[in-house]
Design a protein around this ligand. Structure first.
Ligand code: TUI
Length: 314
């Protein structure tokens, strides 16, 4: 049994947080992860407020355990999304793609733990002053919107720079990843890609199969030239990005490619023309499993790794 202070901070059994993936992390997945002893997280992405209200209602009907909501700070509905989270507080709010500073006091006032995802030391340092509860240090192995540093380099730097608990994200798949994160000073992990293939995850089977089929070099980073790098599984759309970026197409034209493309993949199941955001560990995902099985595999794996570490050093 692997427990850390993160378990006490969030009221969960295992130090595992599910990534708040837009269009992927719905009530069904979040509730299943929370029921299994991790922290399930609804990914509100750029979804309208009514969608979030419905997901919150559904999650609360499926679990009485703590769960969270990820707020994507570039959402066109940001103010309305925050208003919902202030009206009916959740245990945890994670944030991505920006600085949540001005929302922190009101959320904390209601007892909501605020955990921003950071991809740089500078942002983590800036945010310590706004009163957040912990950080998720996310390396560029992750799927979706990413920074420049790898988890291996970023995580210990964030751990050294701040006095708050740090959770590792990016490149974590199993017990080995959890133990590695703990060794680098993290108190737990956040995992997205592996939970895409949870049985309870509502994305089309076609998308799950695409992740399962992926090999080590099958993700690509698009949008570096626009300042919004995104990692996704290689397909017709990422090849189009590559072509346009090579030809120095206007930034607006490149950004246009991405509009609506995440929904196209994750809801419509169009794995060629949509953006199938997924991390580098896609290659390790080889089957669909219930969320509970995923979590127990990670925890049992981590225990076994810890047990064998001493024998490994000769
Ligand atoms: O946010 C993510 N991953 C995401 S968000 C997303 S949806 C999206 N929609 C439109 C454009 C881009 C993405 C898909 N995947 N991960 C957490 C994360 N946050 N990674 C990097 C950051 C980040 C980046 C810049 C956080 C803060 C930041 O700058 C803030 C500042 O003020 O300096």
């Amino acid at each position: 049994m692997i427990r850390t202070m993160l378990c006490d901070l969030l009221g969960i059994k295992y130090p595992i947080i599910q990534g708040g993936m837009a269009w992927v992390a719905t009530a069904e997945l979040a509730a299943a992860v929370s029921e299994a002893g991790g922290l399930g997280v609804i990914g509100s992405g750029a979804a309208p407020p009514d969608w979030l209200r419905e997901q919150l209602y559904k999650t609360r009907s499926l679990t009485k355990k703590p769960f969270g909501v990820n707020v994507m700070l570039l959402s066109p509905y940001l103010e309305e999304i925050m208003a919902i989270l202030l009206e009916k507080p959740v245990a945890v709010v994670t944030t991505g793609a920006g600085n949540p500073g001005r929302y922190v006091p009101a959320l904390r006032e209601l007892g909501t733990k605020v955990i921003p995802v950071v991809s740089s030391v500078a942002l983590a340092k800036r945010l310590t002053r706004s009163g957040v509860d912990a950080f998720i240090a996310e390396g560029m192995e992750s799927g979706g919107h990413i920074g420049e540093l790898t988890t291996m380099a970023l995580l210990p730097q964030v751990v050294d720079a701040v006095d708050l608990p740090v959770i590792a994200a990016g490149g974590v798949y199993d017990g080995r990843g959890l133990v590695a994160a703990l060794a680098l000073g993290a108190v737990g992990v956040q995992m997205g890609t592996r939970f895409m293939c949870a049985a309870e995850c509502t994305i089309p089977q076609k998308v799950k199969n695409f992740v399962i089929k992926a090999k080590d070099r099958d993700t690509a980073v698009s949008g570096v030239s626009t300042g919004h790098p995104v990692r996704a599984l290689r397909n017709k759309l990422t090849r189009k990005y590559e072509e346009m970026e090579k030809n120095h197409a206007p930034i607006a034209e490149i950004e246009e490619l991405g509009v609506g493309s995440l929904r196209l993949a994750m809801v419509e199941g169009d794995i060629e023309n949509g953006t199938v955001m997924a991390g580098q560990v896609s290659a390790m995902v080889n089957k669909v499993q219930p969320a509970r099985e995923i979590i127990l595999d990670i925890i049992n794996g981590a225990e076994s790794v810890i047990g064998h570490l001493n024998e490994q050093v000769v």
